[in-house]
Design a binder for this molecule. Structure first.
Ligand code: GTP
Ligand code: SPV
Ligand code: MN
Length: 587
């Protein structure tokens, strides 16, 4: 036994009896252990060293071609009653789910090593952090968890002190999609995942624990677990505001969290606290505070270049793991839009041939520790987190949604979040580019019924005397030829400035039925050449398109029946009413 905690030792024994590994390894989290794992994977051929002169300590992993993204259709929330999981989740009765997945775990680790990974989500000394233990037979999971979480001895010490932890059981299995399941048991605080070695399916601290299980715990305990980046924005005068921003998968969180201010806005600084997940807690000061439970990034590679995001580009030139990118003839990693080098070998290890699709998989990823980021701030370790000035929702919408707008108040803000729609991306296996409802960017990640989740969000109105302002952004409007009309990336700082000025009551706005829109002159356009027609399109709304949108949101709410909070229905009715008044006036 390698732990003083009886419950943990017993669980590891039970899992070993079921899965029959050859060996058991308790992860310490040391650098030597990481190096040994890398060596082992190189020996078995599951990790390849990249060019060590230009990309020191960088490695490449190519996953099974059927295993390249999250699998929402195979992801289940197994609460006792189906209604508690809600129409937003796939559901299976807990007994049936355990039986089904345990049958697949039987003997699954024969010939393999069982790794026990104790980890802590959040700073090790934070009262807001929560611990878990992942059991896995994948050394790739071990090295990724080392880069992305506080993992090993220190976490185990805390777990032994507290006496409880979230249980996550993972095996790569045989990678047959017919025997792949990601199952969550929120009432038991446990997760079982088999048949995938990829990202959110396998790194159980991330989406499975820190969002699905944590969102369930957060409702019981009075906080929120959200799919949000956390960023600090320092003005030339030295005033720093913290903003948390929820965007669906592959819609710009990592890039916004480490944005580089354009040269025409001198003196502004950006600090990254988190790029994917935020845990939000009301505190005695009446404000909402945020911590990032993770300590590393699992970020989208394609699109990263020196012009779009120099920080990200530099961050992944050392001590990084790449998954499913291509390689150049000199063994450097390569991806679409890298803007330098040429692909020689594609993400499946074949000689590159443009006829067989992109060289790097569209959902190819990098894994790096947060301290690789040139604009990392040690505030990421602050046990109490940072106070939020604004919460920002958003989506990927080629039409309809303006560049930015502000909700009237908290309640209206909850409607704005609950109504988010976004085009699907390669982060999930399935069709790409279809608009779907993705409330609070949590469609794939909320561990309980969305209607109850919206009620929980609404309850913060009375818990916060000084709530953050709520906003909505869209970087992805397109012209008729499918080109983005907003330059995005560093230029997004202009929008963040407007948001901050609004929360500080420094500027006015144009009131519309959907909320406050910017006066075009209030967005600082110095040094940016954008057609005034384009700016007008980005800062106005088409009322009839918005009427159709509100109808679609209402129809979506209807699928949740009576559980939808009355206050949310009232907010929706008020917006609809406002839109029809405008339409009546116009005709
Ligand atoms: P997950 O890790 O899946 O949760 O994604 P994310 O929300 O962190 O998205 P990320 O920042 O990795 O961006 C995803 C893709 O969108 C990348 O290809 C980026 O290059 C692109 N992108 C990010 N920001 C912008 C922007 O402002 N404008 C445009 N046009 N593209 C952007
Ligand atoms: C996402 O899909 O939102 C991600 C990648 O951040 S994964 O970790 O695979 O969920
Ligand atoms: Mn994400």
């Amino acid at each position: 036994m390698t732990t003083s905690l009886e419950a943990l030792a017993a669980w590891v024994d039970d899992v070993a009896a079921l899965t029959r590994p050859d060996r058991i390894h308790w992860c310490t989290g040391s650098d030597a252990e990481y190096a040994e794992m890398v060596r082992r994977m190189e020996a078995e051929g599951t990790l390849t060293a990249l060019n060590q002169d230009t990309y020191p300590n960088c490695y490449l992993h190519l996953s099974d071609p059927s295993d390249v993204a999250r699998v929402e259709h195979l992801t289940y929330v197994c609460t006792r009653t189906e209604a508690d999981a809600g129409p937003n989740n796939h559901w299976m009765a807990p007994d049936e789910a355990h039986a089904k997945i345990d049958a697949l775990f039987e003997g699954a680790m024969r010939g393999r090593t069982l790794y026990v990974i104790p980890y802590c989500m959040g700073p090790l000394d934070s009262p807001l952090a929560r611990c878990g233990v992942e059991i896995t037979d994948s050394p790739y999971v071990v090295v990724n968890m080392k880069l992305m979480t506080r993992m090993g001895d220190a976490a185990l010490e805390r777990i032994e002190r507290e006496g409880h932890f979230v249980k996550g059981l993972h095996s790569t299995g045989d990678l047959d999609p017919n025997r792949r399941f990601i199952m969550h048991f929120p009432e038991e605080l446990s997760i079982k995942s088999i048949g995938s070695g990829y990202g959110g399916n396998a790194l159980l601290g991330k989406k499975c624990h820190a969002l699905r299980i944590a969102s369930y715990q957060a409702r019981e305990e009075g906080w929120l677990a959200e799919h949000m980046l956390i960023v600090g924005i320092e003005s030339p005068a030295g005033e720093t505001h913290y903003i948390a921003c929820a965007l669906p998968s592959a819609c710009g969180k990592t890039n916004l969290a480490m944005l580089i201010p354009p040269e025409s806005l001198p003196g502004w600084k950006i600090w990254t606290l988190g790029d994917d997940i935020a845990w939000l807690h009301p505190r005695d000061d009446g404000r909402l505070h945020a911590i990032n439970p993770e300590s590393g990034y699992f970020g989208v590679v394609p699109g990263t270049n020196a012009r779009t995001n120099r920080n990200a580009f530099d961050m992944i030139t050392h001590d990084a793991i790449f998954t499913n990118v291509a390689r150049t003839a000199t063994n450097e990693p390569w991806w679409e839009d890298k803007k330098e080098g040429e692909p020689a070998i594609d993400w499946q290890g074949r000689p590159y041939d443009p006829a067989s699709g992109p060289a790097a998989h569209p959902n190819s990823r990098f894994t790096v520790g947060a301290k690789n980021n040139p604009v990392y701030t040690s505030l990421s370790e602050a046990p109490e987190g940072v106070p939020l000035s604004a919460i920002v929702f958003g989506g990927r919408r080629k039409e309809l949604a303006p560049l930015v707008y502000q909700a009237r108040d908290w309640r209206h803000g909850v409607l704005v979040g609950a109504g988010v729609g976004s085009e699907t991306t390669a982060a999930n296996i399935g069709e790409v580019g279809i608009v779907r409802r993705d409330p609070m960017a949590m469609k794939p990640f909320c561990g309980y019924n969305f209607a109850d989740y919206w009620a929980h969000w609404l309850s913060f109105e009375s818990r916060l005397s000084n709530p953050p302002g709520i906003f909505h952004i869209n970087w992805f409007r397109q012209d008729k030829d499918g080109r983005f009309i907003w330059p995005g990336f560093g230029e997004n700082l202009r929008v963040l400035r407007w948001i901050i000025d609004r929360t500080e009551d420094r500027i006015g706005a144009h009131e519309t039925p959907i909320g406050y829109l910017p006066h075009a002159e209030d967005i600082d356009m110095q040094g940016l050449d954008i057609d005034s027609d384009v700016m007008r399109a980005l800062t106005s709304i088409d009322e009839s398109q918005w009427q159709a949108e509100m109808d679609a949101i209402e129809a979506y709410f209807d699928t949740f029946g009576d559980r939808v909070p009355a206050a949310l229905r009232d907010e929706l009715a008020a917006v609809k009413n406002g839109l029809s008044n405008v339409a009546a006036k116009a005709s």
